[in-house]
Design a protein around this ligand. Structure first.
Ligand code: MN
Length: 248
């Protein structure tokens, strides 16, 4: 019997055929965190996981749309009590997102505060060109829950700060396609790393990754940890269990 894989950041609802993507993920036996980019997408995306016991859906407001969708924080507050998972949320400091920075901050703070008030959540966080700012916000809201920095793009000193403050990480084949991504992943604590695809946006050889298509990431992490791929997969399943059973 083959081992189940973990894909802790996947946009099931943004595949060309979301229902098919969800069914394939289910048939693969993968543990999936199905993330959303707007609060209004949550109900429909959560419905995709109906009957699939290994798919969880998270409530998000992606920083790249936080500017135009800030009014949806109202919907966020409506659904926060229905899920233990929040994301995709965070900050994006890319030049193209500069003009929405103030609203991004407002949204991220609102979300961290709401997560803390709800008793803490498992958060999958985007931090492109904004790692320090994300960590600063997390420091302000220590009760928000367990932060998982997805597709880490920061510097080594930012990574050390993130590790020091208890962040977890999700890494995928797309991140590991770059030498810098591989260097960062090799420094992450093995008991706080999960795999992800970020599909359909996460790509390998220009192909969007399918849900659960994390093999290259497991292969690389296994090498870093000095174990074989099956052992790395088992370690990750244990990590996932520790995360999902942690008291929040
Ligand atoms: Mn994403």
């Amino acid at each position: 019997m083959s081992l189940s894989v973990v894909d802790f950041h996947c946009h099931l609802d943004l595949y060309e055929n979301p229902a098919l993507a969800a069914r394939r993920a289910h048939e693969l036996g993968a543990y999936i965190l199905s993330v959303t980019t707007t609060p209004s997408a949550w109900a429909g995306t959560n419905a995709l996981a109906q009957g699939y016991g290994r798919i969880r859906t998270s409530l998000g407001l992606h920083p790249q749309v936080a500017g135009s969708r800030i009014a949806e924080l109202e919907i966020f507050d409506e659904f926060i009590h229905e899920t233990r998972y929040v994301g995709e949320v965070g900050l994006d400091g890319s030049p193209s997102c500069q003009n929405s920075w103030a609203k991004q901050l407002l949204a991220f703070r609102h979300i961290l505060k709401a997560s803390a008030s709800a008793g803490g959540r498992i958060l999958t966080i985007h931090s492109r060109h904004a790692t320090t700012a994300v960590l600063d916000e997390l420091d302000l809201y220590p009760d928000a829950g367990i932060p998982i920095l997805h597709w880490f793009t920061g510097t080594k000193s930012e990574l050390m700060r993130a590790i020091g403050r208890g962040c977890w990480f999700s890494v995928g084949p797309a991140m590991l396609a770059s030498a810098k991504g591989r260097a960062m992943a090799s420094l992450m604590p093995s008991d706080r790393v999960l795999t992800e695809t970020d599909g359909p946006f996460g790509k390998l050889d220009k192909q969007g990754l399918a849900p659960g298509e994390v093999f290259q990431a497991i292969h690389y992490l296994a090498k870093c940890w000095g174990v074989d791929c099956d052992t790395a997969t088992r370690m990750m399943l244990q990590t996932l269990r520790r995360l999902t059973t942690s008291a929040l």
